[in-house]
Ligand binder design. Structure first.
Ligand code: UDP
Length: 453
């Protein structure tokens, strides 16, 4: 069946009995734009601390997007798997944004890889919540990551509403750029992603490159993929009182060279390349050791969980334990101070769907040295707000960091340009563009309904 035909779902006659909405659902008036949506985040909660485990940019994305949607009168109910017994069934995250905890499997002890076996239980929980409401409670489903996409596929079809899906990361893209020795994503995920691409009314990609990947790797229909750049919370991430004041608050030396890593610690993010680059710099110029601090803020995640001490051991092997400071994941208000304090944020990632930390650091007035992968060429203006590097040779990263050591004014000059560049990435803009995608998906539904009776 073509993707177009599959999207018609219960709206058009099929050879089999459609698993569509009951007639009272399907025939209700479709509003111009959604008043309330069901947002699905199966494997990670918007209430979790990002920067470790399964919590990262997607959690931040969902929180910020949901708040801004609610502010423009689109109520959001976020469904996520309950991971402790103590959680209430529903928590108000902000006015107009409700987080619903769904029982699906044991609270603890399940890894993300175990969750495909819990999707039926999760879907059951979503359907139970829906059954307690009047028909037409949700006007649209917006699912995040492929696991949620599968729940969304069924829920949207059952409710007779559009499914909008965001992949965040894709198995085929990750597998094409694995760090040496990293574990590939399983074939079952690839198949699952292909099914969602066929089922979704609209796909939201972070960048034009991600949209191309959806078309190239998953045969998405180009006209159904919308590009919406994620945003940055410009109230929280701003230069504020500047680098010197942030360093004083964090107890960091005023004149140090501070290349910062922030995010989930796993091979994909390649913090090891930063450590190798630092070792290069110190070998070339041992006097730097006196004025160098390398903070690594975040906790183990993904395949990094198998060797949580790996990065500490590498620092020891490279003889740079005296300059590297490991810090646990912290709240974004504190992270903003780490960004401000740094001379430069370093992101040697192998793949990155967007890389929120890049735009957050820039919003705080700090330039970025990043691998030229995924969304990073959009997030960073090469030569203006930072430096993009092809490949993952630590010597290239050392070369990009050296000018920051030689010219202490560089961080401030590039940082000012970075703060300017970040202004283009507000969440209000992202939410308005997302609401437009919803409106289009609903317009298409109305058109199909009137065309097919
Ligand atoms: N983050 C945080 N505390 C930390 C480290 C990271 O709140 O200690 C947040 C950070 O602000 C960012 C997100 O985690 O919004 C990471 O997003 P990114 O897109 O960079 O990476 P992802 O986790 O999606 O791979």
């Amino acid at each position: 069946m073509s993707q177009h035909a599959s999207r018609l779902g219960g709206l058009r006659g099929r050879s089999h009995i459609p698993f569509g909405a009951p007639s009272h659902q399907r025939l209700r008036r479709i509003p111009r734009r959604p008043r309330r949506i069901a947002m699905l985040s199966v494997h990670t909660s918007p209430l979790h601390q990002p920067g470790t485990g399964d919590a990262g940019g997607m959690n931040v994305y969902i929180v910020e997007l949901a708040r801004r949607l609610a502010a423009i009168d689109i109520e959001v109910e976020i469904f996520t798997r309950a991971t402790t017994a103590a959680l209430p069934p529903a928590v108000e995250l902000a006015p107009g944004v409700l987080v619903r905890h769904v029982d699906a499997g044991p609270y603890e002890g399940l890894a993300k890889e175990d969750l495909p076996a819990q999707l039926c239980a999760f879907t059951h929980g979503v359907m139970q919540a829906w059954a307690g409401h009047r028909p037409g409670h949700y006007d649209l489903v917006h699912s995040h990551y492929w696991l949620s996409g599968h729940v969304g596929w069924l829920a949207a079809e059952r409710w007779g509403v559009p499914l909008v899906h965001a992949m965040h990361t894709m198995a085929k893209v990750k597998n094409a750029a694995l760090a040496a020795g990293d574990t590939p994503e399983p074939a079952a995920r690839v198949i699952g992603e292909q099914q969602i691409v066929r089922a979704a009314d609209r796909l939201i990609a972070n960048t034009a490159e991600e949209a191309e990947e959806l078309v190239r790797h998953y045969e998405a229909a180009r006209e159904l993929v919308a590009v919406v750049h994620p945003g940055v919370n410009l109230d929280r991430f701003r230069p504020a009182d500047g680098r010197a004041a942030a360093r004083a608050r964090l107890g960091l030396p005023a004149d140090a060279l501070i290349p910062l890593f922030a995010g989930r610690i796993q091979p994909l993010k390649a913090p090891d390349i930063l450590l190798h680059a630092v070792a290069h710099l110190l070998e070339e110029d041992p006097s730097l050791r006196e004025r160098m601090v390398v903070p690594v803020v975040g906790g183990p995640s993904g395949s990094g969980l198998a060797k949580p001490e790996g990065l500490h051991k590498l620092a020891a092997r490279l003889g740079i334990c005296d300059v590297v400071r490991f810090r646990p994941p912290c709240a974004q208000d504190e992270l903003a101070d780490w960004y401000r304090a740094a001379s430069v944020l370093v992101m040697p990632s192998y793949s990155e769907s967007f890389g929120l930390v890049a735009i957050e650091a820039q919003a705080c007035g700090t330039p970025v040295v990043a691998a030229s992968v995924g969304g990073l060429p959009v997030a960073v203006r090469d030569g203006v707000s930072g430096t993009l590097i092809d490949g993952h040779d630590p010597a290239d990263y050392a070369r990009a960091l050296r000018p920051f050591a030689q010219d202490p004014g560089r961080a401030d000059r590039m940082g000012a340009a970075a703060a300017g560049h970040a202004q283009d990435f507000g969440w209000d803009t992202a939410a308005a563009a997302t609401a437009e995608v919803y409106t289009e998906a609903m317009r298409e539904r109305r058109r199909l309904r009137s065309a097919h009776g």
